[in-house]
Design a protein around this ligand. Structure first.
Ligand SMILES: O=C(O)CCC(=O)C(=O)O
Ligand SMILES: [Fe+2]
Length: 765
């Protein structure tokens, strides 16, 4: 449906001489005089979007005095009617900063939002009449009879002249209004306006302000030259000292983490030596058993077994077993008995269990350190931002003293951007190093065995983020670790993770997070955003807004998406029989140059460039949620009927970094009503079968509903849309996400250090 705006600037109660205006709506921009000549008022403005804002700036020559904004939404209730209104002008910050203007002037605008299938480019009669009346009074104009005005209005019957709705806002006495003729009867007295805002007085004030501005700029330049000696700015120096102190605390914490991981490594080494011994002993034990029961296999047991036992084990084994002499004397008897063996292996089992408990404890401590380091890093970031702002204000170039920005190359050989913006010596650094330098990692292996490699790995993973989240068997195999060894390492790592996983997340007051329920309520008050899951200890939230999209619009989007998208049938190589497909159809859209493939549980969904009509749906939904930035990809599912579904899963893929960062996923439901189910993660590293079990929270998702999964939801919770065979209609679901770690393997052009950090809260994502 076409929408166009007619706009006239009738007067400005600041009333200096030679006022001009600049008007912008969407990509259209025009300049004119104040008051606007009628010919300019009759040029319609195409309204690009219901959320567009028309901005009117007032200029004195080239100097901006201020501007006012008219959201198109605010004219929605006055469609096809002429509105005459005074708007407050926000003073230009440069002028306001000089403290010169007591308050902003106001603009008198005549507005007419014209809609309807037959909207023409001709100005509506009521608008033309009103403008002519006011503009003639404000300044000499060409006769309207000379201008190309179409005589028939858009809806002449529905909108007869007498019923024209005019809304007049009364001017404040302080500002007054300068109008003549017919207008004078509607506004405050012209005398009052003259007293306060005479043109002459205004011009003088402006000249004074400009002189004041120049003087301040001179002073500013002088201050800057003085400020080159940073000791002149104790605040800045203090902040630098604080920043240095925090940096060294972060360093201390890292060393602590390194100590913990080294301790763990030692424990692992001890445990694997003992395990190996036990295995050898078990083999020998079996042989004893076989010989004792008269098997034909008659390899000797003692010498071989004893030789292969470590000194360590020998000591333990002798506590439980007869001496060699005794054994020789009673060989037949002893060979029939396996109690000593089972005692020894029981002791080893207990030791192993003890070691695992210790690993869990170490994991907890590690997580506590990681959280503390997180909080310090945020504090550091805050201070850095503040000091950067101060520096910018004073234009001081003081050499950096922290660990950011001082290196040309970071320790992984990346350029300084990689560690400059926050020097987050954490997840991204360790993980990136691992992903990007696999040949380096393989070289560490270099014949020296896994222990050597593990030592290097631990030092690469530094603060433990990657160790806790992204290290998996695949990564180990990629750098050449043999399958069995990779499994062993992962078992230990998962003990560590279990310990860490049970730890609470950092409190909100330390690392703040704003939910979409709050942002949506702020952006669209009364739309109905509320929380359906609030778990502060796990920083996990879900927000819901019923009917965020009006029913008609939602159904028409549903039909458009269903019929126009190139839906794909995916086969999950891990869980699907050959030739069978996942129980839903899918498409993964990307934009802004991203080229990442979406990979999850054995499926690789190639990206499709987001079609323009999907972009419009996205913009609408993001605006309704109050999110500050646009997501850059969307997973779209088509559930053909209630037999289609998605099983328990978490969207913690590396692309979104949701396994360890606060992230946000925004979801729109269209078509049939289905149930959305949520439950806690059973624990990291636990086999998939344990995803069985009932939902803990569930709610219906209906046509036009928006909902979210936020914070660490993807780390701690699972979600699903179960089969509901009674549902006959189709449903489409769009989940918008923010890719923060673009995939190098796919050759995504956005891959690189600058894109590697995940948003910490949805408000800055
Ligand atoms: O259909 C839904 O509501 C959920 C879809 C989902 O979880 C996903 O696409 O990852
Ligand atoms: Fe999901």
């Amino acid at each position: 449906m076409a929408e166009q705006l007619f706009l006239a600037i009738v007067s400005c109660d600041a009333r200096p001489m030679e006022l001009h205006c600049a008007v912008a709506l969407g990509s259209d921009y025009r300049r004119s005089r104040v008051p606007m000549p009628l010919a300019d008022c009759l040029q319609p403005w195409q309204v690009p979007h219901v959320f567009s804002v028309c901005t009117v700036a007032i200029l004195f020559g080239e100097t901006g005095l201020g501007k006012c904004s008219v959201p198109i939404m605010s004219l929605g209730k006055h469609k096809n009617t002429t509105v005459d209104e005074w708007y407050q002008v926000d003073p230009d910050p440069d002028l306001a900063a000089l403290g010169g203007l007591p308050s902003g002037p106001r603009l008198r605008l005549v507005l007419h939002l014209q809609t309807g299938e037959e909207a023409t480019t001709a100005a509506p009669k009521s608008f033309v009449q009103r403008c002519t009346q006011l503009l003639e009074a404000a300044s000499p104009l060409p006769s309207p009879r000379d201008l190309p005005v179409e005589t028939s209005d858009v809806q002449p019957e529905e909108e007869p002249e007498e019923e024209v709705e005019l809304e007049l806002v009364q001017s404040s006495p302080a500002l007054g209004t300068e109008v003549g003729g017919a207008e004078a009867a509607e506004g405050p007295t012209p005398e009052a306006a003259e007293e306060t805002w005479g043109a002459k007085a205004y011009d003088e004030a402006l000249t004074q302000l400009l002189a004041q501005k120049e003087a301040l700029e001179r002073e500013h330049t002088e201050l800057n030259s003085f400020a080159l000696d940073s000791s002149g700015y104790p605040v800045l120096a203090e902040m630098r000292a604080e920043q240095r102190a925090i940096s060294s605390s972060v360093d201390e914490l890292h060393s602590e983490v390194l100590e913990f991981t080294a301790e763990l490594k030692q424990a692992q080494a001890l445990s694997s030596t003992r395990l190996a011994t036990r295995r050898r002993l078990q083999v020998s034990g079996e042989e004893v058993h076989i010989v004792g029961y008269g098997s034909k296999r008659s390899r000797s047991f003692h010498p071989k077994c004893e030789m292969s036992c470590s000194t360590n084990f020998k000591e333990e084994a002798t506590e439980h077993r007869p001496s060699q002499e005794e054994t020789r004397e009673t060989r037949e008897t002893v060979m029939c008995r396996d109690e000593p063996m089972s005692h020894a292996s029981e002791a080893l089992r207990q030791q192993r269990a003890q070691l695992r408990r210790e690993a869990v404890e170490l994991g907890k401590k590690l997580q506590a350190c990681v959280s503390q380091a997180d909080a310090l890093v945020s504090e550091n970031l805050r201070l850095r931002t503040e000091s950067a702002e101060l520096e910018e204000a004073f234009s001081i170039s003081v050499p950096q003293t922290g660990f950011c920005g001082t290196y040309d190359l970071c320790e992984f050989g990346r350029d300084e951007d990689f560690c400059s913006s926050s020097c987050y010596i954490g997840a991204s650094k360790g993980i990136e190093a691992l992903d990007w330098d696999t040949s380096e990692a393989a070289c560490w292996l270099g014949g020296e065995g896994l222990d050597r490699w593990k030592r290097q790995l631990v030092s690469v993973l530094r603060d433990g983020h990657a160790l806790l989240t992204t290290l998996n068997e695949g990564v180990l195999r990629r750098v050449g670790v043999p399958k069995r060894k990779a499994k062993e390492v992962m078992q230990d790592v998962e003990d560590l993770r279990r310990g860490a996983w049970s730890q609470p997340e950092p409190p909100l007051k330390e690392v703040p997070l704003v939910t979409v329920a709050e942002m949506g309520e702020r952006a669209r008050p009364g739309l109905g955003w509320h929380l359906v899951l609030k778990d502060d200890s796990l920083r996990s939230y879900a927000s819901l807004c019923r009917n965020a999209v009006p029913q008609d619009m939602a159904w028409s989007w549903f039909e458009q998406l269903r019929t126009q998208l190139p839906w794909q049938d995916l086969s999950d190589s891990r869980y699907q029989e050959e030739g069978k497909y996942m129980p839903r159809r899918t498409i993964f859209t990307v934009f802004n140059g991203c080229n990442c493939t979406y990979k999850y549980s054995g499926v690789a969904v190639k990206p499709t460039i987001e079609p323009p009509f999907v972009a419009r749906i996205r913009e609408y939904c993001v605006a309704a949620s109050g999110l500050a930035t646009q997501p850059n990809c969307c997973n779209i599912n088509l559930y053909r009927d209630g037999r289609d579904s998605v099983g328990w899963h978490t969207d913690d893929e590396e692309l979104f970094e949701g396994g360890y960062n606060d992230i946000c996923i925004l979801s729109l439901s269209l078509g049939a009503t289905r149930t959305f189910e949520v439950k806690h993660q059973p624990g990291f590293g636990v086999a998939r079968g344990s995803h069985k079990g009932p939902a803990e929270t569930s709610f219906a998702v209906r046509n036009g509903d928006l909902c979210t999964m936020e914070g660490k939801f993807q780390r701690h919770y699972l979600h699903a849309v179960p089969k509901e065979p009674q549902v006959r209609q189709a449903r489409i679901n769009l989940t918008w996400r923010w890719i923060t770690k673009h995939n190098q393997v796919d050759g995504c052009p956005l891959c690189g250090p600058g894109n590697s950090r995940a948003p910490l809260t949805p408000s800055i994502c």
